[in-house]
Design a protein around this ligand. Structure first.
Ligand SMILES: Cc1cc2nc3c(=O)[nH]c(=O)nc-3n(C[C@H](O)[C@H](O)[C@H](O)COP(=O)(O)OP(=O)(O)OC[C@H]3O[C@@H](n4cnc5c(N)ncnc54)[C@H](O)[C@@H]3O)c2cc1C
Length: 386
């Protein structure tokens, strides 16, 4: 195929590859900013996405949209359970701590908002090749090709765009298993009121129960690949909870918890969300990083529409000022939590309720890792008598 880049002006200002929360949020911001935007999505939305579908309080606040129409259940309380020693802590808020969604409807809500703002959705258009030239980029799909001045790579953990552009490999990708489980009314009643997190059962990871409108999303993950069999861990978790599924659908997928090296190395290419490796390493939560980085990339492009190097520089600077330092600190905390089980047990035994409250403040966006860890008083409290 010969490239169209040499012969005509680009079709779009920005092509966004992937209509997940990151890509759709970026497309929404760019379209509202007056740019010509195309979203290329390999599936036909709305599509299932393997995910717990837990929107943290901090995530909901990021979107310039009312997401309540697609929220299946609002959990105003979160439970943290620890096994060996057996400990339980509950936190409660007036606002939802976690809002439960199914990703097909949630992602589609943002994509539709972007379309209403002017973005063009090309569905069933999997990008298979990327050709970069001085003034624009051509994206090839099996259905044809389009050209754009900027590309936002929002195509998830297996990003074809990142691979095609020679970006460094993702450095830490963790496996997770998500099951959509139907249970009888009595069992549902036991779990429908809170977002539940269990530590100390799954090696180097955790397990969760997220109640949806009429079923439970139950999952397990480990931060150390190869340390356990997640299907076995899931079976153990169900037995521990005393749950007998009436039916279930199982899906396994990967979560990237460490940013790519040289994230902004390829001219005209802006990797965001999972394609950039921006999930939170402590919570393995990636929707907020996807939306936030999508909005930062959009802002950098809108501020520097005619200067690609300045736009990339601005995106890098926005990430350095916000997300990247937070992820670095989260990684340090994750090491203690997942790789030093005795230290975790000691801390939770002495300060479990205080740490759960602090984690809830993080989840709600009321504090940051930087604020929580940068405060010397907090260390003093940890080691002082209870
Ligand atoms: C089991 C599991 C549970 C999780 N639970 C949670 C949770 O409860 N809360 C949370 O915040 N995070 C959770 N995450 C993480 C979260 O799902 C991701 O971090 C988030 O989806 C990243 O969003 P994104 O927009 O970057 O990419 P994605 O949501 O992965 O979207 C990428 C999009 O790109 C499309 N695409 C891929 N390749 C191409 C191509 N070549 N051409 C065109 N389109 C393409 C895909 O079809 C997809 O629509 C979980 C992850 C897993 C695996």
């Amino acid at each position: 195929m010969t490239s169209r880049l040499a012969t005509s002006a680009p079709d779009y200002d920005v092509a966004v590859v992937g209509a997940g929360p990151g890509g759709s949020a970026a497309a929404l911001a760019l379209s509202r900013g007056g740019l010509r935007v195309a979203i290329l999505e390999k599936a036909v939305p709305p599509r299932y996405k393997t995910c717990g579908g837990g929107l943290l309080g901090r995530t909901v606040g990021l979107l310039p949209l009312d997401v309540r129409a697609v929220v299946e259940r609002e959990c105003f309380s979160a439970e943290l359970h620890h096994h060996a020693p057996a400990l339980s802590f509950t936190t409660q808020r007036a606002q939802p701590v976690v809002s439960m969604v199914m990703r097909d409807r949630f992602d589609h809500l943002i994509t539709t908002a972007a379309q209403e703002a002017g973005a063009k959705l090309l569905a069933g258009a999997a990008v298979v090749a990327v050709v970069r030239e001085a003034e624009a980029v051509e994206l090839r799909t099996k259905a044809g090709a389009i050209t754009a001045r900027f590309v936002i790579a929002a195509d998830g953990v297996g990003s074809v765009v990142a691979r095609q552009c020679g970006l460094a490999e993702l450095r830490h990708v963790i496996p997770a298993l998500e099951c959509e489980v139907s249970v009888d009314a009595a069992e549902f009643e036991k779990f429908h009121h809170a977002a539940r997190f269990d530590f100390g059962l799954t090696p180097h990871g955790y397990a969760w129960v997220f109640p949806k409108r009429g079923h439970l999303s139950i999952g397990v993950l480990t931060t150390r690949r190869g340390s356990c069999n997640l299907n076995d861990e899931y079976a153990r978790y169900l037995a521990h909870l005393g749950i007998t599924p009436r039916s279930e659908e199982r899906h396994g997928f990967m979560i990237p918890v460490r940013p790519r090296a040289g994230l902004c190395a390829a001219p005209r290419i802006f990797p965001i969300g999972d394609a950039a490796g921006l999930a939170d390493p402590l919570m393995a939560e990636g929707i907020s990083g996807a939306i936030h980085s999508g909005q930062l990339a959009a802002r950098a492009i809108l501020e520097n529409r005619s200067d690609e190097a300045a736009a990339r520089h601005a995106y890098r600077a926005h990430l350095q000022a916000t997300l990247l330092p937070e992820l670095r600190l989260a990684r340090a905390v994750a090491r203690v939590v997942y790789d030093f089980p005795r230290a975790r047990a000691w801390l939770l035994t002495r300060h479990g309720q205080r740490l759960s409250e602090r984690l809830t403040r993080l989840v709600m966006g009321e504090t940051s890792y930087r604020a929580a860890l940068g405060e010397p008083r907090n260390y003093w409290k940890l080691f002082a008598a209870r």
